[in-house]
Design a protein around this ligand. Structure first.
Ligand SMILES: O=C(O)c1cc(=O)[nH]c(=O)n1[C@@H]1O[C@H](COP(=O)(O)O)[C@@H](O)[C@H]1O
Length: 230
């Protein structure tokens, strides 16, 4: 099911910067806390952001042996976040273990397929995967589906094929979102909010286009309107 709120990536270096950014907004947001912030501020900030009425996607991209991931997820379950992720490359057993670790919680579990900063050429040369990028992403999505996960992180360009392979209910959370006028940086597989809507993304993740904008609130409103098709 498509979520109407763009997920804002809170890629800040400190609690102070994060709370200052959030004070621009009156409404409840869907935000992402990733490695940069979590490694500085830890679970306490996750609780604080939750307490302020925002939904949290905890983006820690777990990738380890199944037992370690299961134990880590048992701890994460206590934070009552909306969503958490692992790397699909960790394998079927690891993804099943992650799901077991979250048993009893309402947290949705998704798997990163191929990072949106990865190009097909890079994937083939560096990961030695002899397939197209789309085939690799859809393969990982099927594996995540088999493991019982709620969906995947992918780019907009693979969202439709994943919907066909895993069903429309399967979440397709898509970063690499750039409004038409914003230049591309380290991301490789990018798209606009309108393209994400047209290609069947269920969630969009937007960081710098909002957090580094001269007027973050205005940028958020514009991106959200385009995403909702207004
Ligand atoms: O798991 C993620 O959130 C993620 C996966 C992926 O393939 N690509 C990707 O960009 N992300 C995250 O999405 C955010 C994108 O940020 P911007 O490129 O600034 O919009 C960052 O926080 C990334 O860590």
């Amino acid at each position: 099911m498509r979520n109407v709120r763009p997920i804002i990536a809170l890629d800040f270096a400190s609690k102070e910067q994060t709370l200052e950014f959030l004070s621009n907004f009156d409404e409840s947001l869907f935000v992402k806390i990733g490695m940069e912030l979590f490694y500085q501020e830890g679970p306490e900030l996750v609780r604080e952001v939750n307490k302020r009425g925002h939904d949290v996607f905890l983006d820690l991209k777990l990738h380890d042996i199944p037992n370690t991931v299961e134990s880590a997820m048992r701890g994460i379950a206590k934070l009552e976040v909306a969503m958490v992720n692992v790397h699909a490359a960790g394998g079927l057993k690891m993804m099943k273990a992650a799901k077991r670790g979250l048993e009893g919680s309402k947290t949705q579990l998704i798997a990163v397929t191929q990072l949106t900063s990865t190009s097909e050429e890079q994937m083939q040369k560096e990961q030695l995967i002899n397939a197209t990028l789309e085939d690799s992403v859809v393969h990982y999505a099927r594996l995540a589906d088999e493991a019982g996960l709620d969906g995947v992180v992918c780019s907009v360009h693979e969202a439709e094929a994943i919907g066909d392979a895993c069903g429309e209910e399967f979440l397709r959370v898509t970063p690499g979102i750039r409004p038409a006028q914003v230049s591309v940086d380290d991301q490789r597989r990018v798209a606009t909010p309108a393209q994400a809507r047209a290609q069947g993304s269920t969630h969009i993740v937007v960081g710098r286009a909002i957090t580094k904008a001269a007027d973050p609130k205005d940028s958020y409103r514009q991106i959200a309107a385009e995403w909702r098709g207004e």
